[in-house]
Design a protein around this ligand. Structure first.
Ligand code: AMP
Ligand code: GLY
Length: 424
């Protein structure tokens, strides 16, 4: 069958590698892809928000299945556009992707259906938010309602910071229209876990757990980023916690979306915090996580096309997801200065060191080929170096060793990805 992936980051590279392994796939396209994805797919220069061009391309090339990676096109209704054209698509419709597209929607859904999450209020007016904050407990968390590249969350230590945050989000519109509404919620403490799950609208099956590192610098210092590294599984996500989440979070979320007439088909990403009062939902995403995917999919044993088709056809209950009894660590190699100002266009050397190395992968995030055909840096997050190991410590050792195999000017990484493993 002919398959197309929409997106061009490390997550899409990891998805592409998994799809390329499927015996059922004869031709793989990726729009727009990147210099790494090019090795497993034919990349086509169409942007992820160019819906008409994407649909036209899929029709022309007789694409049988399209897989949507990023949040923006899903929240914007790309799955609906493909469905309307009669092309099979893996990813939620617009009316279900809202679970990521609006934090107010997600919070109201959890409240209505009794799914554990931080207590909160929604505001669409800065004055009301300001008044509420006068008597609030600190620290407190401010969230722009809409998509903000993972940056629309402000943790405020005191009233002054919170008032500045309200101004930033609602008045200065730092995150654009994402700040038309705002959620103010209770600050929670605990370990964070990402759990991704395949969904067919009725059945939800979770993949192995992972943990992201969102801050730019070692020791969880610095600004929030798209994610600087991951490990899988999380040793803190025990069987007992899993049982609780299956019963009180995952299935209830599926059922809630169905009850609202918003059947969720695709990958649901539950960002959890393991608090002293039990697991609570920090956020939902309507897609695979980045860079969680880079540690989860390399451990999956199923043919990913079989699983995705079962989701689309409502047969997920027939599938048993299988993950290897090993571990994976991904260290992101970024451009110094990310997530603020950084330079691009530096030649990357050493990528060939990964070819044929069992248990290692280099997933391209921000790369492209220059006019001479050299692979150059083209973004804040440049590469994700993933290594497997028999356990987390071995995987971490392998991943850090492999970060030395590639070089580029201004290469930057965190040196403590997976440090939490030592506390398990
Ligand atoms: P989100 O985009 O909602 O996942 O938020 C980004 C990050 O902010 C999360 O990964 C947490 O580290 C932090 N965060 C979000 N909500 C809360 C909360 N209610 N309490 C504490 N930390 C939070
Ligand atoms: N790693 C967090 C995300 O994909 O949103």
């Amino acid at each position: 069958m002919n398959v197309m992936i929409i997106g061009g980051g490390g997550r899409e590279h990891a998805i592409a590698v998994s799809v390329a392994k499927s015996s059922r796939v004869t031709k793989l396209y990726c729009a727009p892809g990147n210099a790494g994805i090019e090795e497993v797919a034919e990349c086509v220069p169409i942007g992820v928000m160019e819906f008409d061009r994407l649909v036209a391309f899929a029709k022309e090339k007789e694409v049988d299945l399209t897989i949507v990676g990023p949040d923006d096109p899903l929240v914007g209704g790309l799955a609906d556009a493909f469905e309307a054209a009669g092309i099979r698509v893996f990813g939620p419709r617009k009316n279900a992707a809202i679970i990521e597209g609006s934090k107010a929607f997600a919070k109201d859904l959890m409240k209505k259906y009794g799914i554990p999450t931080a207590t909160y209020e929604v505001f669409s007016d800065a004055d009301a938010a300001t008044e509420y904050l006068q008597t609030a407990k600190f620290p407190i968390v401010l969230k722009a309602d809409g998509l903000a590249l993972g940056k629309g969350v402000l943790i405020c230590k005191n009233l002054q910071e919170a008032l500045e945050g309200v101004k930033e989000i609602m008045l200065d519109k730092h995150f654009g229209s994402a700040g038309n509404q705002m959620v103010i919620e209770e600050f929670m403490t605990g370990r964070e876990v990402s759990v991704l799950a395949f969904c067919d609208g009725t059945t939800i099956k979770t993949m192995t757990s992972a943990q992201d590192h969102k801050r730019a610098k070692d020791g969880d210092q610095g600004l929030n980023t798209g994610g600087m590294g991951t490990f899988s599984p999380s040793p803190f996500y025990t069987a007992e916690i899993d049982a609780f989440c299956q019963k009180h979070i995952y299935q209830p979320t599926m059922d809630a979306m169905k009850a609202e007439g918003r059947d969720f088909v695709g990958v649901l990403f539950c960002g959890l915090m393991l608090t002293a009062d039990g697991p609570k939902v920090l956020e939902y995403n309507a897609r695979f996580g980045d860079p969680e995917t880079q540690v989860v999919l390399p451990r999956m044993k199923n043919d990913i096309i079989d699983v995705m088709e079962a989701c689309i056809d409502g047969r997920l209950s027939e599938i048993e997801l299988k993950f290897a009894d090993n571990a994976a660590v991904c260290v992101v190699l970024a451009s110094a200065g990310y997530p603020e100002h950084y330079e691009k266009g530096f030649v990357i050397t050493g990528l060939e060191n990964f070819s044929g190395k069992e248990g290692y992968a280099v997933f391209h995030a921000g790369t492209k080929k220059d006019a001479q055909g050299a692979v150059v840096t083209n973004g804040g997050r440049v590469l994700g170096v993933t290594a497997l190991g028999e356990d987390l410590k071995q995987a971490r050792k392998n991943a850090y060793a492999a970060t030395a195999w590639v070089q580029f000017a201004n290469k930057y990484m965190r040196n403590d990805i997976g440090k939490a493993i030592d506390e398990a």
